[in-house]
Design a protein around this ligand. Structure first.
Ligand SMILES: NC(=O)c1ccc[n+]([C@@H]2O[C@H](COP(=O)([O-])OP(=O)(O)OC[C@H]3O[C@@H](n4cnc5c(N)ncnc54)[C@H](O)[C@@H]3O)[C@@H](O)[C@H]2O)c1
Length: 452
């Protein structure tokens, strides 16, 4: 009997599960989302807009104050959208974790960075699970959404939650459901991207399925939390490996005087068996450069080497260096040196139309350029100020005008934001290093453009 399609209770499930399912399907449940960043804030808004009373938890009190004032810090969530939810008290931001006891679901969206030697750093997940376990009560659903290696939900989160004596699948429910947020994507929203859910037990799966059924168009259930964890890693590794492949081919084809973008776009006319991926200056963001190494680490426990992941990481990490060496060669060809040259970067975000600079290849490129004696400035319509532990000092975006473009010995297009005047760059820059083929629609063969 399918609880979700016929509305009747599944009598094979424990009472607490039946109650929880009823509560979620009737929207009477209160949902807590923990970690209100790029992944958690859109999710919390989605729960609130679907009719759930939603409590948003974060340890960063500055973020909580901003949210209480209805001021968003995530580009995809407008302050107007946020403030209407906060004013109507449908979304309650707080740093007080005692509020978790009033929640029927605790959904964990905290960071999962890499530690020393590219090993998983689960500190945030462990801290959050510990906070949840202190207030765990019968009937609650806990879902881990942070990207991590298969086994984290069962091996790390579950033991913390069971410390108080409550039993999983009977008293409380635990599942993994990966975040599939794609910042900057106008086509898909949290609601329209299918939600993958894997439970620690069958009743955990059913409860988690009910919790998401009201906020997304489609819930895809899998046989376990480990499968759901592996699904997310496959998605990201697939992207990482394919980007590495086209990055390698880009370098080869540049030696052969073949335009890799033309090759990819033409191959993409084949209606089956080929998905286009595009080369660039290297990978960035909180996901693709990091997540594959969670699996590589776990694989070592099975004496297994994930060669594709290591190779893709090596190729993608070499790209910023490649961009800088192409810039040096192009300057040399004009009888100039990189040392002392004024270089303007266009775009420092890790991808188009977002304000996120985490792990952005622009950071490595700036560092390499500065180490070689170049003077670097940048323009980015989405990133007014650039701060990073990878940089010695804070930098500020400068306006893109004739004076700036003419003054630069080279303009390196690192991010292909929509709101950049590529025609003006082509018309005025002395040398353009284009890592995204952003100038393609406007080039006519007369411009000094080097694809890198
Ligand atoms: N950014 C994305 O587009 C994206 C997409 C898919 C998956 N993910 C995954 O989602 C997870 C979160 O990533 P993100 O990009 O949202 O990170 P983020 O840094 O933007 O946000 C995380 C938030 O969690 C808060 N936090 C940290 N520890 C906490 C704790 N103990 N209790 C409460 N709050 C805490 C931080 O203050 C921060 O606001 C990661 O595992 C990431 O891999 C992110």
């Amino acid at each position: 009997m399918n609880q979700l399609s016929d509305g009747l209770p599944d009598l094979n499930l424990p009472n607490a599960a039946q109650e929880a399912i009823k509560n979620f399907l009737s929207l009477e449940a209160t949902v807590g989302v923990i970690g209100l960043g790029y992944a958690g804030l859109p999710l919390a808004c989605c729960f609130a807009e679907s009719g759930f009373k939603t409590v948003g938890f974060d340890i960063d009190s500055t973020k909580i104050e901003r949210l209480k004032d209805g001021r968003s810090y995530i580009a995809s969530i407008s302050s107007q959208r946020l403030s209407s939810l906060v004013t109507a008290q449908r979304l309650l931001p707080t740093s007080d974790f005692d509020g978790l006891s009033s929640c029927d679901a605790a959904i964990i969206c905290v960071p999962t960075p890499l530690g020393e030697g590219r090993t998983p750093d689960l500190t945030h997940v462990v801290n959050t699970a510990t906070e949840v376990s202190r207030r765990l009560r019968p009937g609650q659903l806990v879902v881990l959404e942070s990207t991590t290696y298969p086994g984290t939900t069962d091996e790390v989160v579950l033991p913390l939650l069971e410390r108080g004596g409550l039993r999983v699948g009977v008293d409380f429910f635990l599942a993994f459901s990966p975040e599939r947020e794609d910042p900057g994507n106008q086509k898909y929203t949290t609601r329209t991207v299918p939600k993958v859910v894997g439970g620690v037990t069958e009743s955990c799966l059913k409860v988690a399925q009910a919790a998401y059924a009201r906020i997304v168009e489609r819930v895809v259930t899998v046989s376990s939390a480990r499968v759901a964890e592996a699904v997310k890693l496959l998605e990201n590794i697939y992207r990482c490996v394919n980007v590495a492949l086209v990055n390698e081919l880009k370098v080869l084809f540049q030696h052969m005087d073949i335009d890799v973008w033309e090759v990819i776009d033409t191959a993409a006319t084949k209606p089956f068996g080929f998905s286009p991926f595009y080369p660039g200056p290297g990978l960035g963001g909180h996901c693709i450069p990091i997540d594959p190494f969670y699996l590589a680490w776990k694989a070592r426990q099975y004496d297994f080497t994930t060669r594709f992941i290591e190779l893709a990481g090596e190729i993608n990490q070499a790209m910023p260096g490649y961009v800088v060496s192409r810039t040096m060669d192009a300057l040399n060809a004009q009888g100039k040196t990189l040392k002392g040259a004024e270089i303007l970067l266009v775009g420092v975000a890790y991808k188009r139309n977002v304000d996120d600079v985490r792990e952005s290849p622009a950071l490595a490129i700036i560092k390499l350029l500065e180490t070689r004696g170049a003077r670097v400035q940048y323009h980015d319509p989405c990133v007014p100020v650039l701060r990073s532990r990878h940089l010695k000092t804070e930098m500020r975006s400068i306006p893109l005008n004739s004076e700036v473009l003419r003054a630069a010995e080279a303009v390196i297009i690192v991010t292909d934001h929509q709101d950049v005047d590529y025609r003006a760059i082509l018309a005025q820059a002395r040398l353009i290093i284009d890592t995204r083929n952003a100038t393609a629609p406007y080039r006519d063969g007369t411009h000094a453009v080097v694809l890198a």
